[in-house]
Design a binder for this molecule. Structure first.
Ligand code: DX5
Ligand code: ZN
Length: 217
């Protein structure tokens, strides 16, 4: 299981120290939660851009950019200079198949591509795009803020997606995002999750190394 640390709840005053502790704990990615106050009610653009710029200067750990935005191209352009490993956009922010294909190709100029779906979106909606992308992000909370409880109904979606991926011999990672902790991570792993996004449960932990090891079991 890879761990992508959501830095949404990292406070600015301690950010350099927190990033350093996360690096020592061997997280696999820094998860950059970009919110535009349109697709979701919060706005994290400035803070996430500041953190992404800062991280590029202090670490080689790759950036996992999660766009919770309506104007996807605008934010791909803003974050492409941070050379992210992955850029994930929400299928609910797109109008049709043509637009999705165009966005996939646009993002591929800069990084790997992920498509995210909200808890209420059927997983079948992404099936036709799976051969073109690298990860599917299953939101296990309603996007928009950290510190929420994992919605257990989403685990069935992960199992269904995993089965479809295996039946069709697809090379694609399943990323789960929201409310993940050392208690529920085993269920997610058993369901087929490859990358777990963890925010609050890690950022608020006393011992990052211990917690990341627990999450990676
Ligand atoms: C929610 C974000 C998640 C969230 C994860 O909209 O996409 O990445 O910050 O944080 P926790 O682990 O606190 O749910
Ligand atoms: Zn996220």
């Amino acid at each position: 299981m890879e761990v992508s640390a959501s830095i949404l709840s990292v406070n600015e005053a301690e950010s350099a120290h927190t990033f350093y502790r996360l690096e020592l704990a061997h997280i696999d990615y820094f998860h950059i939660d970009v919110m535009d106050e349109k697709f979701v009610e919060n706005n994290t653009e400035e803070m996430m851009k500041m953190y992404a710029d800062h991280l590029k200067n202090i670490t080689n750990i790759p950036l996992d950019v999660h766009l919770m935005v309506e104007d996807i191209k605008k934010y791909v352009d803003i974050f492409s200079s941070n050379e992210p490993r992955n850029i994930t956009f929400h299928i609910e922010a797109t109008k049709n198949k043509e637009e999705i294909i165009e966005l996939i190709n646009y993002i591929k100029q800069y990084s790997k591509v992920g498509i995210a779906i909200k808890p209420d979106t059927d997983v079948e909606k992404v099936y036709e795009f799976l051969p073109l992308i690298h990860t599917v992000m299953i939101m296990t909370v309603e996007p928009g803020k950290g510190g929420q409880k994992l919605i257990t109904g989403t685990i069935e979606k992960i199992k269904k997606l995993k089965q479809y991926i295996e039946e069709n011999n697809l090379e694609i990672d399943i990323e789960a995002d929201g409310g993940i902790d050392t208690e529920n991570i085993k269920k997610l792993k058993d369901a087929g999750v490859d990358i777990a996004v963890v925010g609050t449960a890690l950022i608020n932990a006393k011992d990052y190394k211990y917690t990341v090891n627990q999450l990676k079991m």
